[in-house]
Design a protein around this ligand. Structure first.
Ligand SMILES: Nc1ncnc2c1ncn2[C@@H]1O[C@H](COP(=O)(O)OP(=O)(O)OP(=O)(O)O)[C@@H](O)[C@H]1O
Ligand SMILES: [Mg+2]
Length: 264
């Protein structure tokens, strides 16, 4: 399996207070082509900051960083802005916890799914864009895609909105999809459906996925490998199965003990 993303020694600091605050330290992540890797850890452990850095969405002025984020021969931390913008939302996409805040309430769903294509591939004609958006809405399991295309976010359920976000993130056929707690705001049944959808997209399209979650049982269903973070550091990483059956770190043990019941 080829390596698609190689993050080494990532260090993220905030400089918006008197003294710099470290959010992430010595973060390493190697993502194989077509692989799904999980990141788990308590609130504030640095999961989102690491994800945002990979997506190129950290505020460059407020934060100083060391390390490397290698993607397609470029270091995303030092490459020029144009290269980074070219990757964002096209080769590397990210979805977040609450789709209502990511979707624009006054724009139709169709447009929001198409927009990344409009930005990154202006050569694609309007009719073709629409066709691809509708195909993508079907691909994420929205059976009434032709109607959904004309709807507004408030007309959809939370689960449908997350599917729309995934459609928008996937329309450019990215190499990497980062899903930052994509199911946390959803009820259990819908959570499972979204996990199944991510699995399906990974399998059919070969998209590599970084799946961030508090929910270790979801991670174990989806991810072959997992990274466990605590207070900005990786405390353990390896095959999900090994870590679940033989956790070495006391923090990981605590996380696993907190799961009501787990089947792997
Ligand atoms: N603007 C900021 N200034 C200073 N520190 C910040 C800022 N934003 C985030 N942090 C800190 O960065 C650290 C990592 O936060 P991060 O959002 O990555 O955690 P997380 O693991 O995603 O948590 P959650 O599970 O709650 O989403 C936290 O300690 C947080 O307090
Ligand atoms: Mg987070």
């Amino acid at each position: 399996m080829g390596v698609i993303l190689d993050v080494t020694d990532l260090h993220i600091e905030f400089h918006d207070h008197e003294s710099p605050e470290t959010a992430v330290e010595d973060f390493d992540l190697m993502l194989g082509k077509g692989e799904i890797v999980g990141i788990v850890g308590e609130s504030g452990s640095g999961k989102s900051m690491s994800a945002l850095a990979i997506a190129g969405l950290l505020n460059r002025h407020a934060i100083s960083k060391t390390g490397k984020i290698m993607f397609q021969g470029q270091d995303l931390l030092t490459c020029d802005r144009k290269t980074l913008r070219g990757f964002q939302g096209d080769e590397i996409s990210i979805i977040f916890q609450e789709p209502m805040t990511s979707l624009n309430p006054v724009k139709r769903i169709g447009w929001q799914v198409e927009e990344p294509l409009y930005i990154h591939h202006p050569e694609i004609k309007k009719a073709e864009r629409k066709k691809r958006a509708i195909d993508m809405l079907y691909a994420v399991g929205l059976d009434n895609a032709e109607d959904v295309y004309y709807m507004y976010p408030h007309e959809l359920s939370g689960g449908m909105r997350q599917r729309v976000m995934i459609a928008s993130a996937m329309i450019g056929n990215p190499q990497i999809l980062i899903a930052d707690e994509p199911t946390t705001a959803l009820d259990v049944t819908v959570q499972a459906q979204i996990v199944e959808l991510l699995k399906k997209l990974n399998k059919e399209r070969g998209t590599s996925i970084i799946f961030i979650s508090h929910d270790l049982s979801l991670v174990s269903q989806l991810c072959e490998r997992v990274i466990v973070m605590q207070k900005g550091n990786i405390v353990e990483s390896g095959f999900t199965k090994d870590i679940f059956t033989h956790p070495r770190d006391s923090y990981t043990k605590k996380l696993i003990a907190a799961i009501p019941k787990i089947d792997i």
